[in-house]
Write a new protein. Structure first.
Length: 292
């Protein structure tokens, strides 16, 4: 792994990120709140998920999957009675298993829906729960600074426990296909890590560039887990990634020399084909061995 890159504050979103991070620190320092895991996650979200990334023209992920979406919107009911939306994509034949796809801070947007479609194209029943529905229903945005700030704010309104209730509902729904894995990206990468440790019904978990995992490295996954990080990620220090790997020697923690943050976000400037391709190959082989 390469040395830790200096964080480059980008013009549009950096100030909002700093304000959010400062607010979390104020809660701890001035309001005398105990420093807990949710503060770590809030800070990680502020610096790790909300950095503005310029958009670029190019094919969408849904175009990549034969120019059409494979799924549809459904409703799930969590154990506390809350009803949330979810994107459900079915394979053409008998499913090999189920995969729960957990969003970034931008909602179950076109990118996340197409990621779910991709898993369906590879034979899995894929379900992407709208974990922001408890704070704002139908949140589905792009990557502009103002929408990033909204996404960070929504994430801050939700507790880890409530998010896991919604993930559990998706796991239960995907369970009709057999063994279930969870995969998440950025915020979702951290959610997948927590689910691997605390939520029932899983057989495997994969997290992509989940910055909050560093502050939650004391959690012990109860199912086989794999993690992916970009070595050029300006928001997740490699030193922290090394801490995760050292604390969990049985967990594969892969880093990618050319990958930055959100390197799997197809059709966006953050996308890095060599990193995304290799990470997906590893993820699919991992799921094949654990789910079928």
């Amino acid at each position: 792994m390469r040395g830790v890159a200096l964080i480059e504050l980008r013009r549009a979103g950096a100030f909002a990120n700093l304000v959010l991070a400062f607010g979390a620190l104020m809660a701890v320092g001035l309001l005398r709140e105990p420093f807990a895991a949710y503060h770590v996650v809030a800070l990680a979200l502020a610096v790790g998920c909300a950095a503005p990334v310029p958009r670029r023209r190019g094919p969408t992920r849904s175009q990549h999957w034969k120019d059409r979406l494979m799924g549809e919107w459904i409703k799930l009911k969590a154990s506390d009675g809350f009803e949330l939306s979810a994107w459900r994509a079915e394979p053409k034949g008998a499913p090999r298993g189920g995969v729960v796809v957990v969003q970034e801070i931008f909602g179950v947007n076109a990118h996340i829906r197409s990621v779910a479609d991709g898993f369906a194209a590879d034979g899995y029943l894929a379900i992407a729960p709208a974990i922001f529905d408890r704070a704002e229903r139908g949140f589905d945005v792009g990557y502009e600074p103002e929408t990033m700030a909204r996404g960070v704010a929504l994430a801050g309104k939700l507790s880890r426990e409530l998010i896991q209730l919604d993930v559990a509902a998706a796991i239960a729904a995907a369970g009709s296909a057999g063994n279930v894995g969870v995969v998440g990206y950025c915020l979702g990468g951290t959610v997948a890590w927590v689910a691997a440790a605390l939520t029932q019904g899983l057989s495997a978990a994969v997290g992509y560039y989940g910055g909050g995992i560093i502050g939650l490295k004391e959690l012990k996954p109860r199912v086989p887990t794999m993690l992916h990080f970009g070595e050029k990620d300006q928001h997740i220090p490699l030193a922290g990634v090394r801490e995760i790997a050292a604390a969990h020697p049985d967990t594969p923690v892969f880093t990618y020399p050319t990958g930055g943050h959100a390197f799997n976000r197809y059709g966006n400037a953050a996308y890095d084909a060599p990193s995304a391709t290799l990470a997906r190959q590893r993820t699919m082989a991992f799921f094949a061995s654990k789910l079928g």
